[in-house]
Write a protein that binds this ligand. Sequence first.
Ligand code: SF4
Ligand code: SF4
Length: 497
Amino acid sequence: MTETATLPSRDRTAKPAEKAQPLYAAHKWVYSRNVKGPFRRLKWAVLGVLLGLYYIGPWLRWDRGPGAPDQALLIDMPARRAYFFAIEIWPQEIYYLTGLLILGAIGLFFVTALAGRVWCGFTCPQTVWTDLFLWAERLIEGDRAARMRLDAAPLSAAKAAKKGLKHGVWLFISVATGGAWILYFEDAFTVTSRIFAGEASTTVYFFIGLFTATTYLLAGWAREQVCIYMCPWPRFQSAMFDEHSLIVTYEAWRGEPRGKAKPGISFEGRGHCVDCGLCHQVCPTGVDIRKGQQLACIGCALCVDACRGVMDRFGLPRGLITYDSMANQAARAAGLPRRLRLVRPRTLAYVAVLSVVAAVMAAALTTRARVDVSVLHDRAPLYVRLSDGAISNGFTYKILNMERQPKTFGLDLAGIEGARLKVVGIAADWVEAVELPVKADDIGTFRVLVRVEADQLHGRSTGMVFRLKDQTTGQAYNHEVAFSGPGTVSSTAAGVP
Ligand code: SF4
Ligand code: SF4
């Protein structure tokens, strides 16, 4: 695929070298032809389901109780919360999203090892929206030949009307796409009425504009250029293929030598490819699969459909272009039995990793605590000697209540005999235990001071436990900390060892 530029000759007496190959080929607009067949129908079905999910998603509701958003799929940036039906993710639980990304990546590796670029050919957003834009283009300007004639024709009122209508439809789809994206970040009903009333924030209009522009440019104009030049995925996916991965292949061993033909002729002594060019014409990335595997082939299988119809017309066996593995192709070319191996160490390894990650995530999600506690010891000073000789340490105590009802927690101490505590704004005197209220769906932050008699300490650091108890459920949350003291250092009013 890579073309090498010719180096200039050093021999000045020699004839000028042949014209150097350009490093960059000018872009040729791809006029892909419509095709009918099982893979085309499958692509329409996938497109319908994916676009349906994308556009309908923000309008789905999910009751989470009073005061909580009822949008099923929502990323609430101001509240720093993500909602996915019954699952609510707090910023502290961002590792679930990391787990989802890992699952997605391994799933993609698995699918690629099994069936090549099916993600690219059927489900990638670039493919889906480009297909939608192409559908609109064909509807307005006609199929391949009509579009080529229209583009070659001089500007006329009819041509301007068709082009204007096509770009209007493209823009409409782009605005709908950009607008739908915003709905995943704010309540869909509220933000939609604000957008139409001109009352939405500048950020909302900015992102609608941004996603409208990118959809219009990438799906309308850039199309296959995104897959060939911008997307990194084709570059490293070859590492996931092996000779048993299913990919779109041309059976050169039975297609060649190719040649033009009419129905009814004998194919004795020649290949089955009738050189009709249909496989090339239907390709959305402009690939001629008969030249072998190419980076630009996204595995959409439309050429399979095209060739299938041709083979049927000539009464030849289907599958001259087909989903097959290289190993199977080689076996069939040699007249050996089929060698399709979907279950192999690589695919088994991906399934094993997928299962482990999915099981760990499911277990973590179902058993996760809805209360989280963090304790931070004051850094300076580490301790304070009180006027009666006792030692005091300060802590910042945070309770994260992820539930939808307010909670009261009991807090006391263990590990050091006679330890007492004070909580700023709640308990002004030294007490053994205290009650801490935390609002629903909120973080309670408390300034806690702990007082200990100096003779109860063992050196500079003595282990102590904050014991927190949910007063409703009885669930305990113990937190071990180090209580700092002067140790053998000479007594001071406040110390930083
Ligand atoms: S569609 Fe089939 S027969 Fe026609 S050129 Fe392609 S491979 Fe040959
Ligand atoms: S060569 Fe065939 S499978 Fe590959 S992108 Fe073109 S039409 Fe799709």
